[in-house]
Design a protein around this ligand. Structure first.
Ligand SMILES: Nc1ncnc2c1ncn2[C@@H]1O[C@H](COP(=O)(O)OP(=O)(O)OP(=O)(O)O)[C@@H](O)[C@H]1O
Ligand SMILES: [Mg+2]
Length: 300
């Protein structure tokens, strides 16, 4: 197995603010890697360093063995990037944007027109292809932006929050495009705010907080950190009355339920809960709206 992205001791500071505080990550080729983290964690900064848009302050990163600083030109030839904010030309039509970018990628005029039509169809934009982008909705721009990064299947594709602002159908169609790309050997490095997206797509996930990797693994490994399933007893208003860990088997559940004093909880509802990636995320990054009490519950 070869390595697509290798990051070691990577740091980035803006003045006194340290945004990345020493990141180490390895992404094997042909896999999907998802970077999760709250707003301001440093996700876009990391993607911008990996795609040579900004230099790191320290440490090292390579893409397919090419150093992002010393071999930036080689890196640019190996990658494609869709940024967090759409970068399409508003005055051109969807088709014109795609044909222009295809020509810049080296396709002939005929191939560029054919590829533009294919991508418009893939992203459900065929009817809008002749309209200027300034008349597009936010979701349409986002889809066009993604189509632009997929003109040629690059060895490594960086996607910064690719599905933010997309509706469910567009999101699922993008997930399928991403899976198709991995099928032809592309490595995907994406950031997302949607834990379900990481859960569905990613082979490996890293959670960053305050510029450091605070957890890394497959979705299943991260969930296992939170522990086994829980039997919860809640009153009708949802307040937690009691909880017991369980392995989820019928035998164990029967034992847990038999051990509960029914008269003590006359109105209690029984809930069996598996840890979700949201639990992992909240336990690791603890947003402001989560109380300390909730965090302790989640971390248990
Ligand atoms: N050019 C810059 N100059 C100064 N500070 C910056 C610059 N770019 C980013 N930052 C700071 O670096 C931190 C990380 O920003 P970054 O955009 O990487 O976060 P993010 O994880 O992508 O957040 P989001 O989820 O909101 O997209 C933030 O505190 C941000 O204010
Ligand atoms: Mg960002």
């Amino acid at each position: 197995m070869t390595t697509a992205v290798q990051i070691s001791g990577l740091t980035k500071s803006y003045g006194k603010q340290q945004v990345l505080a020493g990141i180490d990550l390895t992404v094997p080729t042909g896999t999907i890697f998802a970077l999760l983290g709250p707003n301001g964690a440093g996700k876009t900064t990391l993607i911008n360093i990996l795609s040579t848009l900004i230099p790191p302050s320290g440490g090292r990163a390579t893409i397919l063995g090419h150093d992002v600083v010393a071999d930036a030109a080689m890196v640019r030839r190996s990658i494609s990037l869709t940024g967090q904010y759409a970068a399409v030309d508003e005055l051109l039509t969807g088709t014109e944007n795609l044909v222009l970018m295809s020509r810049l990628s080296g396709l002939s005029a005929a191939d560029a027109r054919r590829r533009a039509a294919e991508l418009l169809a893939d992203f459900d934009l065929s009817d809008a292809g002749r309209r200027r982008v300034k008349t597009y909705s936010g979701g349409m721009r986002r889809r066009l932006d993604l189509a632009l990064s997929l003109i040629t299947a690059p060895p490594v594709l960086f996607l910064d929050e690719p599905t933010t602002g997309l509706d469910t159908r567009s999101r699922q169609s993008l997930w399928q495009s991403i899976r198709d790309l991995v099928g032809v050997g592309t490595t995907i490095f994406l950031t997302t705010q949607y834990l379900e997206e990481a859960d569905q797509l990613a082979d490996r996930i890293a959670v960053i907080n305050d510029g450091l990797v605070v957890a890394e693994g497959s979705a299943a490994e991260l969930k296992a950190q939170i522990g086994t399933e829980l039997v919860e007893l809640r009153d009708p208003s949802g307040r937690l009355l009691a909880e017991h860990p369980t392995d989820g088997t019928i035998d164990d559940l029967q034992t847990v339920l038999a051990g509960l004093d029914r008269s003590a909880y006359p109105e209690a509802q029984v809930i069996i809960r598996k840890p979700t990636l949201d639990d992992v995320f909240l336990a690791l990054t603890g947003p402001a709206e989560t109380s300390d009490h909730d965090r302790m519950e989640l971390a248990r």
